[in-house]
Ligand binder design. Structure first.
Ligand SMILES: O=C([O-])C(=O)C[C@H](O)[C@@H](O)C(=O)[O-]
Ligand SMILES: [Mg+2]
Length: 421
């Protein structure tokens, strides 16, 4: 069954002021929705990071994908790689591996192809991945330090959300309570690297006290030096199931890994297959956070899971601000990864009100998301909502995510240089 068209729609949706180690989330998050349209009218759906560069890359490969068989995802990947052709000269055993940009562009197209294949065959995407090993995928409560509201920077008024502020340990615990009451999550991740580490250690200790026995993680996105990372790892030895990206780079991570008792996890220093050998040799991480948007789709993410199994590494899942098409894809993948050892990250609770699917938002129960009923991904596009979010993107005049520039509008002397502490 041939692909007749690829429709790429950049969108924007509301995002609260969530703080991280390089700034704060802007009032609108950006994504792209991809529709792969087959000759018989079947449509497959995909979602990926947004903004103008990604949109342009997707449009650049459109002609190369049109005319392909929807089942020929290997050929589609080769064509995308040939068009983007910006593969870094990594040489050695990796000649022929698509570039990171090609993988990120292929990912939503692969998901859309699998969705369409599932619709043609009357099966779920997880069935195309070898079948589920679990009926529901566990997710974690993904906490952020956050402002009470987006400030009024242009006279159009502050933007308030229902979450309230979280700027100290008590605020973080209050946010966790809301999220866990609503969704039943059974593990917690705190995005850190915002305040001095002593305050962030206190926040994790406060969470451990409020939720005894709950697995906890902290992720400062490389904001700490090696000594600070070791200090935090020692202070939280009893509380953390893993310590995520405390410091930047393979060497620093390897040094920290030797000194702390819990595994280190990453979505920063192992982000492609070419990063795995060095990481294994140095012992820099114990858990790889997969992300099909980064690793080149669902099937390559299964390959990553097998590699992790081979080298005795754990596997979990990273997220970025996203909507329901991505969550459905993450869930079909999470259901099929037999060695998934941890609850997956998701930003969905922060963004789900603006989803573009029919009958949304998708609902967590007991901290898990049941595999959506198929065929395919099991989600349907709401074209009116898609059009509205596309209008929001156009009206915003935004081109890329820039958390640093946004924070600088409030704090002009903000310096995003890492490590900070
Ligand atoms: O685990 C991570 O590093 C992330 O989730 C990256 C994201 O960009 C997160 O830091 C955010 O949304 O600010
Ligand atoms: Mg991370």
């Amino acid at each position: 069954m041939l692909i007749n068209d690829v429709i790429v729609t950049p969108i924007a949706f509301r995002d609260p002021p969530l703080l991280n180690s390089w700034g704060v989330h802007e009032p609108l998050a950006l994504r792209c929705i991809v529709q792969v349209v087959l000759a018989d009218g079947t449509v497959g759906l995909g979602e990926c990071t947004g903004g103008t560069t990604r949109t342009e890359e997707l449009l650049k490969v459109r002609e190369a994908v049109i005319g392909c068989d929807v089942f020929a995802t290997g050929e589609i990947e080769r064509r995308i790689d040939a068009v983007l052709g910006d593969r870094p000269g990594i040489g050695g055993g990796f000649v022929g591996m698509p570039s990171k940009a090609a993988r990120a562009v292929f990912a939503p197209i692969e998901v859309a192809c699998l969705d369409a294949q599932g619709k043609l065959l009357g099966v779920r995407v997880c069935d195309l991945l070898g079948g589920p090993v679990r009926d529901a995928v566990p997710y974690s409560a993904y906490l952020f330090y956050k402002w009470a509201e987006h400030p009024d920077l242009d006279g159009s008024g502050a933007i308030v959300d229902g979450w309230g502020p979280a700027l100290d340990p008590a605020g973080v615990v209050a946010q966790a309570k809301i999220m866990i009451d609503r969704y039943g999550f059974e593990s917690i991740k705190l995005k850190a690297g915002v305040f001095p580490p002593e305050q962030e250690i206190a926040a994790i200790k406060a969470l451990a006290e409020a939720f005894p026995g709950m697995p906890l993680r902290i992720d400062p996105n490389g904001a700490w030096t090696v000594p600070t990372s070791i200090m935090v790892g020692e202070a939280l030895a009893a509380e953390l199931e893993y310590l995520e990206d405390p410091t930047l780079g393979q060497d620093g991570m390897a040094e920290v890994a030797k000194q702390v008792s819990m595994p280190l996890a990453t979505n920063m220093c192992v982000i492609g297959f070419e990063d795995v050998p060095g990481s294994v040799a140095k012992g820099s991480v114990g858990v790889v956070l997969s992300d099909h948007h980064v690793w080149g789709g669902l099937r390559h993410s299964l390959e990553l899971a097998a590699i992790c199994e081979t080298f005795g590494l754990g596997i979990s899942m990273h997220s970025n601000s996203h909507l329901g098409i991505s969550l459905a894809a993450m869930t079909h993948l999470g259901a099929a990864i037999r060695n998934l050892g941890y609850a997956c990250d998701t930003h969905y609770p922060w963004n789900s009100d603006d989803d573009v699917i029919k009958n949304g938002p998708l609902e967590f129960a007991g901290g898990t998301l049941a595999i959506p009923d198929g065929p395919g991904l099991g989600v349907e596009l709401d074209h009116d909502k898609l059009a509205a979010r596309h209008e929001d993107f156009l009206a915003s005049g935004r081109s890329q995510r820039d958390d640093t520039a946004y924070l600088r509008r409030v704090q002009p002397d903000y310096d995003p240089t890492l490590p900070r502490f």
